[in-house]
Design a protein around this ligand. Structure first.
Ligand SMILES: [Zn+2]
Length: 116
């Protein structure tokens, strides 16, 4: 379950940010999860619930933004299409494409903190 290690590093980044901002508590954390990242949102939430204990994020909420896959196809190189699924097929020529522009990432997008 690689969600645990992903969440571990996301939480580490979040607590570092909170620390350098002088915040005592993290209220919420927003992550962006690409459709091809292989991350299961339920597993991510579970990892968050486990790992936040004992950190500044102990009472924080987790928000997950789902990012569609953005890709290009050789039949129309100037056009970018989006798909929400994990199979990337060109809507014009129905060919599978490997020219994936985004959708594999998991990023920390934003967070809310409380400062004393
Ligand atoms: Zn095409």
């Amino acid at each position: 379950m690689h969600e645990l290690s992903l969440m571990e590093s996301a939480l580490r980044i979040a607590t570092e940010h909170a620390g350098s901002a002088g915040a005592t508590r993290i209220l919420s954390v927003t992550l962006r999860v690409g459709a091809l990242s292989g991350v299961v949102p339920e597993a991510l939430q579970f990892a968050f619930d486990v790992l936040r204990e004992g950190t500044a994020a102990a009472g924080a909420e987790l928000h997950i933004q789902h990012e569609p896959v953005r890709a290009r196809c050789g039949c129309s190189p100037g056009d970018v299409f989006e798909t929400a699924g994990s199979v990337c097929v060109c809507p014009r020529c129905s060919a599978p494409t490997a020219d994936i522009l985004s959708g594999r990432e998991m990023d920390l997008v934003s967070m809310e903190v409380e400062t004393p």
